[in-house]
Design a protein around this ligand. Structure first.
Ligand SMILES: Cc1cc2nc3c(=O)[nH]c(=O)nc-3n(C[C@H](O)[C@H](O)[C@H](O)COP(=O)(O)OP(=O)(O)OC[C@H]3O[C@@H](n4cnc5c(N)ncnc54)[C@H](O)[C@@H]3O)c2cc1C
Length: 323
């Protein structure tokens, strides 16, 4: 049994009392720890999210460490890098796993470089091969999969989109403080005001109705909003609608937008490009409306309607409002 741990690192945005994506990465970390016979540690930077101790227990974490410091409260990346490098040097992990948030894109490669390990971004799954790791990652904007073999001590950033099995119940793991001296860190980026979005989040939505370029014009996007409202869901969009300024970027579903996992995803006038599907393929049920019977979205959809969105969506709104 190796004593070098697998370490899951969480920092930045929190959601529902947990760091964003923590459960997904803990699920991957638990699998890797089990197959490599290593203990699983979880380190959280900044204030401890409410559900961290309970979640650590559910995912078989041996030790939950918290590094807290004034400098970590504003999600400043120089302090995050310094804290994780100090933690990595102390624990000498077999691998460090992070959820690929916007912050992680700039933090993970710097931590890897300072610890002398490799970094792989866009990870989907990982397995040990002797002392090394084989990691499958999304590449070329989600069009293909790349498989890498990296040596010990890498930093692996994940964009998991598989469903997590219900964890078995277990006792919470009490957080232990892990002290790192960050007094010498000179932050080079000043966060004046963290971005904040008050509306409902696509990431947590049970029902999403998304519109694509097939809507034809910005005015027609109101049909998407009406159908979303009638179904009790949230309106999303493909990237061209965001690029053209029809809706703001908080609506974008996909590889470079939000990664969603609703029960119902209704895609209207969306072709089904791989980069869009990266943000919705974990939906339980996909319904597509498209006038092209050969559109790729129909390969993913459980139910499909071939026809003009501008004729079909008003009927769906009527039916949903009546029901
Ligand atoms: C690195 C990278 C990252 C990307 N990230 C994202 C991302 O995060 N999210 C994202 O969405 N895209 C992303 N893209 C873009 C992606 O490749 C596609 O270009 C985009 O998803 C296409 O959007 P669309 O389906 O709305 O438009 P189109 O591909 O133009 O499809 C429009 C569809 O509407 C149908 N249609 C037309 N008229 C009607 C009508 N009247 N009624 C019904 N159907 C109609 C057409 O048959 C067609 O299938 C990314 C691309 C790259 C290279």
């Amino acid at each position: 049994m190796s004593e070098q741990p697998i370490v899951v690192c969480s920092f930045g945005e929190t959601r529902d009392g947990l760091p964003a994506g923590a459960e997904e990465v803990l699920h991957i970390g638990r699998g890797l720890a089990q197959t490599s016979g290593a203990p699983l540690l979880w380190v959280v930077l900044g204030p401890l999210p409410e559900r961290a101790a309970e979640t650590a227990g559910l995912f078989g974490v041996q030790s939950l460490h918290q590094i807290d410091d004034e400098k970590l409260k504003m999600n400043s990346s120089d302090a995050q890098v310094a804290a994780l490098v100090a933690y990595g040097k102390a624990q000498v992990p077999k691998a460090l796993l992070v959820h690929q948030t916007l912050e992680a894109r700039s933090v993970a490669p710097r931590v890897a470089a300072q610890l002398g390990g490799a970094v792989v971004m866009n990870g989907i799954s990982v397995s040990p091969i002797g002392e090394n790791f084989e990691i499958t990652a999304s590449a070329y904007g989600g069009d293909t999969r790349a498989v890498y073999e990296v040596g010990p001590g890498p930093v692996l950033a994940f964009i998991p989109n598989a469903a997590i099995p219900e964890p078995t119940s277990a006792d919470p793991v009490a957080a232990e403080p892990f002290t790192v001296d960050l007094s010498a860190v000179q932050e080079r980026i000043e966060v004046i005001e963290p971005a904040c979005f008050d509306g409902p989040r696509l990431d947590d939505a049970e029902i999403i109705v998304s519109g694509g370029r097939g809507l034809g014009s910005q005015d027609n996007y109101s049909l998407i909003e009406q159908l979303a409202e009638a179904l009790g869901g949230i309106a999303g969009a493909s990237r061209p609608l965001v690029d053209d300024g029809w809706v703001d970027s908080s609506h974008q579903v996909g590889l470079t937008g939000r990664i969603t996992r609703p029960n119902l995803y209704v895609a209207i006038g969306i072709s089904g490009a791989s980069q869009h599907m990266a943000g919705c393929s974990a939906a339980k049920t996909i319904v597509a409306v498209n006038r092209d019977p050969e559109a790729a979205i129909f390969q993913h959809a459980r139910f499909g309607i071939v026809g003009d969105a501008l004729e079909i969506v008003p009927e769906l709104i009527r039916a949903a409002s009546a029901g």
